[in-house]
Design a protein around this ligand. Structure first.
Ligand code: HEC
Length: 95
């Protein structure tokens, strides 16, 4: 029983590392890189700029999400699902 619990914890750790690694890749498959680069302005601001802008915000991810998903905002429409956008933003705020 104890062993099963430990394996479950280890498995969860491995899984979360997998997700964290997937985030930069997701910015490609989700189409963000068409308009964004990490350290240079393209059509949209550099991801590092956005990370800086929202650094002081304890909910940086949520605030960025709201900003770019707001239908009345300036962000162009995206093909990515909300879950994909969130996963990418989780990575962006660490840049
Ligand atoms: C068709 C081009 C385009 C695509 C695709 C795109 N963006 Fe953007 N993005 C922009 C532009 C233009 C802006 C500047 C306007 C704005 O801030 O809303 C921007 C701004 C942003 C900002 C800054 C928002 C703020 O409040 O400062 C973030 C964060 C962002 N995009 C994330 C993403 C993510 C994540 C994806 C992929 C899921 C993505 N973008 C896909 C063009 C794009």
């Amino acid at each position: 029983m104890k062993l099963a619990l430990i394996s479950a914890i280890v498995a969860a750790g491995v899984l979360s590392v997998g997700v964290a690694r997937a985030n930069p890749e997701l910015s490609k498959s989700a189409g963000c890189v068409k308009c964004h680069e990490i350290d240079k302005k393209k059509k949209g601001p550099a991801f590092q700029e956005s990370a800086k802008k929202y650094k002081a915000n304890p909910d940086a991810e949520g605030a960025m999400f709201k900003s770019i998903m707001d239908p009345k905002g300036d962000h162009p429409e995206m093909k990515a699902t909300p879950d994909e956008v969130k996963a990418v933003l989780k990575w962006v705020k660490t840049l």
